[in-house]
Each structure stands twice: as C-alpha cells, then as structure tokens.
Design a protein around this ligand. Structure first.
Ligand SMILES: Cc1cc2nc3c(=O)[nH]c(=O)nc-3n(C[C@H](O)[C@H](O)[C@H](O)COP(=O)(O)OP(=O)(O)OC[C@H]3O[C@@H](n4cnc5c(N)ncnc54)[C@H](O)[C@@H]3O)c2cc1C
Length: 43
C-alpha cells in the first residue's frame, strides 16, 4: 500500500496498526482527540 494512511486514535489498537503499516513501508499519521499521554494503564 503506497497511499498514506490516517490512523484516528492513539490507543493500543491505533498505535499497533500504525506500527505495522510503518514496518511495511506505508506512511502513517496518527491523530487523537486527547492532548497528550494517558495516565491510565492500557492493555
Ligand atoms: C475503566 C477501565 C480500566 C482499565 N484498566 C486497565 C488496566 O489496568 N490495564 C490494562 O492493561 N487495560 C485496562 N483497561 C483496558 C484498556 O484501557 C483497553 O483494553 C485499551 O485501551 C483498548 O485499546 P483501544 O486502542 O481499542 O482503545 P483506546 O485505548 O480507548 O484508544 C482509542 C483512542 O482513540 C481516541 N479517539 C476516539 N475517538 C476519536 C475521534 N473521533 N477522534 C480522535 N481520536 C479519537 C481516544 O482519545 C483514544 O486515545 C481498562 C479499561 C477501562 C474502561
């Protein structure tokens, strides 16, 4: 896949999807409605 991908949501699922896309050479931009890191534990 050569077109860039927009991942909406920087939780575990979004970050994992972005990582896998990047590993396969696809440009990724991640956006999230939150300003920064969560203070909660994530699965
Ligand atoms: C009360 C509670 C306690 C928990 N405690 C633990 C724990 O102690 N340890 C643990 O490992 N797991 C815990 N979990 C589970 C863990 O939080 C989830 O399994 C995990 O976060 C799911 O990941 P996700 O990527 O699917 O969703 P999320 O982590 O919810 O990520 C989704 C992201 O998308 C963003 N988003 C959503 N809609 C939009 C939008 N329209 N535009 C932009 N951004 C958007 C959100 O801001 C969020 O950052 C807990 C869950 C709950 C509800």
């Amino acid at each position: 896949m050569k077109d860039p991908v927009l991942v909406v949501g920087a939780g575990p699922v979004g970050l994992t999807a972005a990582l896998m896309l990047a590993r396969h050479g696809t440009a990724v931009r991640i956006i999230d409605q939150n300003d920064g890191q969560t203070t909660l534990s994530k699965a």
